[in-house]
Design a protein around this ligand. Sequence first.
Ligand code: PGA
Length: 255
Amino acid sequence: MVKKKIVIGNWKMNPLSLQEAEKLFNNIAKSISNIKKTEVVICPPFLYLEKLKKISRKIYLGAQDAFGRDEGPFTGEISAPMLYNIGVRYVILGHSERRMMGENNNEINKKIKSALVAGLRPVLCVGENVRDESHNYFNLVKNQLEECLLGVSKNSISKIIIAYEPIWAISSTPDRKDATPDDCREMTIFIRRILSDKFGKETSRMRIIYGGSANERDAENFFKKGGIDGLLPGRASLDSKKFSRIVKICEVSNK
Ligand code: PGA
C-alpha cells in the first residue's frame, strides 16, 4: 500500500489577525494548486479554522490541540468532536511547546483516544531535549510512544502520524542546532521498530514525519535520506513561498 506523503504547517500562535491568516492561506492555496500526490495540512490557531475552511478544499485543516473529553465543564477547552464538526481533520497532539506548559503523556494519551473516536487524525509529536552520549534519548522517545499510545487499538493505529521533533532543533529553542537527515533516519528506524513491536504489521502504513526548523533548503535531503513520509514545518509555514516550495519538493519525492 502506497503511503501518501504529507506536509503539515504548524502556524503556532500566528498571525495576529484573521485578514493576515486569510491572505497567507490564500497565497499557499494558489501556489500549490497543481499538487496531486501530496497531502497538505495547515494548522492555524483555533479561531481562524472555520473561516479558512471555506477558502480551499484542497488543503486539509488541522488544530494545534484538542481536549481529552468530548463536552462538559472544562472552561477554555475545545474538544475533538467540535473540531471535526467544523471540518477539521487533523490535530497536532503532544507538541513540545505544550509539554513545556505542563502537558504529560497521560493527558496526551486521553487526547489521542478522543481524537480517534471523533474521526480526527492525530499527529503525535515526540522528541528529546538533548542528545546525550549515553543515548538516553532513545529511551525517552520510546517512553513517550508507549505512554501516549497506551490502549490504542491495532485497528486505529495507522490513522496516527508520528512527528519526530527533536526540541534542540526547533526554531524557538535558544542556541538550537540543525538536525541532520542521518539524525532523523536513525530515529525514524527506531520509532518504526517500537511501533511494530507493540502494534504489529499495521504500523507499516503509519507515516513518520520530521519537524524542527524544516525548511525549503534542507527538505530535499530530508526526503532523500531521512527515512520520512513528510515534514512538519513551523516558521517556514508562515511564508507562503517557502511553504509551497517544501510541498513541491515533497511532491517530487513521491513516487
Ligand atoms: P519550527 O517548528 O519549524 O519553527 O522549528 C516546528 C514545530 O515546532 O512544530
